[in-house]
Design a protein around this ligand. Structure first.
Ligand code: 2AM
Length: 182
């Protein structure tokens, strides 16, 4: 079995800028900048032949390239207990369009539709159910985060291998987005 997800890789510059806010948070486990990405669709465990079929289906997507910017910090919590903090993604029609195309291809390939609303984000740290009040000062400081627009030339299929030191991500295939000359 292979644990798969579809995501946007991030340029090294953007990852470096994100890593600049990765300090001063107690009880958090920082995501290694090498592992930072924007998840478009989590797939989960699939048999290897199905991974190949899915990759072929994804390769048939034709969607325009776009620019992304990042600004500010958000968090996911369960009843006031925060389990992750992440960089906010600026509103981007190209991203919304791509995500919708991927969702429809994945569903046509036989996977159950995603039930959750798409909240584009880049996870910076995972926390062990930390009360929101405790990280208030960090959220305020890191909230100034702002990464200017950068081009997104491709999306990719990743494998996640869970291990002791956290997950290891491997890019299995990348799919070019269509870039029009200015
Ligand atoms: P996260 O960063 O918000 O945790 C690879 O594991 C990627 O898929 C991660 O970016 C993670 O998002 C997302 N992911 C992991 N498990 C998931 C699940 N059960 N449902 C949706 N997304 C998941």
């Amino acid at each position: 079995m292979m644990r798969l997800f579809v995501a946007l890789p991030l340029p090294v510059d953007a990852r470096a800028q994100l890593s600049a806010v990765q300090s001063g948070l107690v009880g958090g486990r920082w995501i290694d900048p090498q592992n930072m990405h924007l998840t478009l669709r989590f797939i989960g465990d699939v048999p290897e032949p199905d991974a190949r079929d899915l990759s072929l289906a994804l390769s048939e997507i034709h969607a325009p390239a776009f620019d992304l910017s990042l600004s500010g910090i958000g968090h996911f919590d369960r009843r006031g207990n925060v389990h992750s903090v992440w960089a906010r993604v600026g509103k981007c029609d190209g991203l919304t369009h791509l995500q919708a195309k991927i969702e429809s291809v994945v569903v046509r390939a036989g996977y159950a539709p995603e039930q959750r609303k798409f909240t584009p984000h880049i996870t910076l740290a995972r926390l062990k159910d930390t009360p929101l009040e405790r990280i208030g000062p960090w959220l305020e400081d890191a909230g100034v985060l702002s990464v200017p627009p950068f081009p997104v030339p491709e999306f990719a299929l990743f494998q996640s291998q869970l291990g002791h030191g956290g997950a290891k991500y491997t890019e299995l295939a990348a799919y070019l987005l269509i870039k029009f000359a200015e």
